[in-house]
Design a protein around this ligand. Structure first.
Ligand code: AP5
Length: 192
């Protein structure tokens, strides 16, 4: 298996780049944000629990997210590899992911980290909020809260992968196409 993590703050372009990356490399896209929004739209107990956290810009508890990822793995046992988008978001999630992959005798090949200034991120998210219907995009206060959560809880995940020499920063500003090419350049170095 060949597994990648697309890392970066809210609005850095993870979802945008994921679509082309999964197509090019034949991977399964695992976006915990998309899975959670799907649970909310189906009004499942998990979705009802998650909604309050998401509307406030907080993280959904680790055990809920890890359980959801575990069952997604089971549904895609034949996958060639996964592209993780928005996961792991805490050190506990990164450690749980290591264990899940270890059980499958595989690991993360690379973490591709999109770097974008906060002012550009706010602009992108408020702009998306005009049409996305995402409640966490329409209020600047909630957007700033998501950045604070990212800083406090998600940034430490970078260190987890830096220690393993798997962390690759990528300039996340420019055209979608330019950024895609930079990401592919890093990925291609990992393919032997
Ligand atoms: P999630 O859905 O993961 O959202 P996020 O990380 O906040 O990221 P976004 O989807 O907002 O941004 P993105 O980086 O994908 O950017 P995009 O490509 O869309 O999480 C939402 C919530 O779910 C969390 O707050 C949390 O509550 C919960 N959650 C999810 N995962 C969790 C986990 N693992 N643990 C706990 N809780 C979890 O781009 C943004 C906009 O910019 C778009 O409009 C796009 O068109 C535009 N854009 C993209 N690239 C460019 C470019 N190069 N130039 C100009 N505009 C661009």
């Amino acid at each position: 298996m060949f597994n990648l993590i697309l890392f970066g703050p809210p609005g850095s372009g993870k979802g945008t780049q994921s679509d082309s990356l999964v197509e090019k490399y034949g991977l399964i896209h695992l976006s915990t944000g998309n899975l959670l929004r799907e649970e909310i739209s189906q009004k499942t107990p998990l979705g009802i629990e998650a909604k309050g956290f998401m509307d406030n810009g907080q993280l959904v508890p680790d055990e809920v997210v890890i359980g959801m990822v575990d069952s997604y793995f089971d549904k895609h046992s034949e996958a060639k590899g996964f592209l993780f988008d928005g996961f792991p978001r805490t050190v506990a999630q990164a450690e749980a992911l290591d264990k899940l992959l270890d059980l499958k005798k595989t690991e993360i090949a690379a973490v591709l980290a999109l770097e974008v200034s906060e002012e550009e991120l706010v602009k992108r998210l408020l702009n998306r909020g005009k049409t996305s219907g995402r409640s966490d995009d329409t209020n600047e206060e909630v957007i700033r809260k998501r950045f604070a959560v990212y800083s406090n809880e998600t940034k430490p995940v970078a260190q987890h992968y830096k220690k393993a020499h798997k962390f690759h920063p990528i300039k996340g500003e420019g055209t979608v196409d330019e950024i895609f090419k930079s990401i592919c350049k890093e990925i291609d170095k990992k393919i032997v």
